[in-house]
Design a protein around this ligand. Sequence first.
Ligand code: 16G
Length: 240
Amino acid sequence: MPGAPRTALYYRLIQILREQIEAGGLQPGDRLPSERELSARYGVSRMTARHALEILANEGLVERRQGSGSFVARPKIHQQGETLRSFTEDMRQLGLEPGAKVLSAGIREASAHVARALGLGADRRVVRLERLRTASGEPVALEVSHLPARFAGVLEEDLTGSLYAILARRFGQSLAYADQYLAASTAGEHEAQLLGVRPGSPVLRIERVTYGPDHVPVEFVSSMYRGDRYRFHVRLVRNG
Ligand code: 16G
């Protein structure tokens, strides 16, 4: 890339590769040129080529496999943020098989944060449910749900399926809306192991309070979604 300032070289290379992937010239599973090939083709150092591939890997666009090179990653699981849906509904919509592995389930005393989110009064007991969610067998999210103690009956149910379906069937509890917060974070050692990523990998930390039609909070969840497998879409409409 003659003429480009040295510091911008890897940005240019990233742009070129990203365009090839997004335009479909390179398909999921396709092998990308090696560092050596990139360096020869675009006149950059191997260090620059490696740096560009590392950045694309961090973005989840490219998968680097030890000893065999870099490959175009599968598209991310695309979750839209306009409709309140369960994990099960989200995955089915995408043609993926939803799953849940129960890591722990029981009654706990809520922390101040959880009690505030659920608007709890004197009774601070909550159902705490920790589940690893899978999409067609692949771990994609860790969810820690908290429900007010009036829902303790969920603990007698099979929690490897849909929690929202249990709430509807057993308690007649429908859900109306939710407040959801997203923040960037990284996976700790334990979480990384469960999610099948390296410790320190980027993740999306999501907190959500879900309300019933009477505006009473039903669930507070704190989740960790794999940053390399997820992207969230929110439509913003301009006022006026
Ligand atoms: C979503 C919700 C979670 C809820 C689950 C129910 C987020 C961050 N989390 O994953 O709060 O417990 O759906 O799904 O959106 P289920 O009915 O399939 O168990």
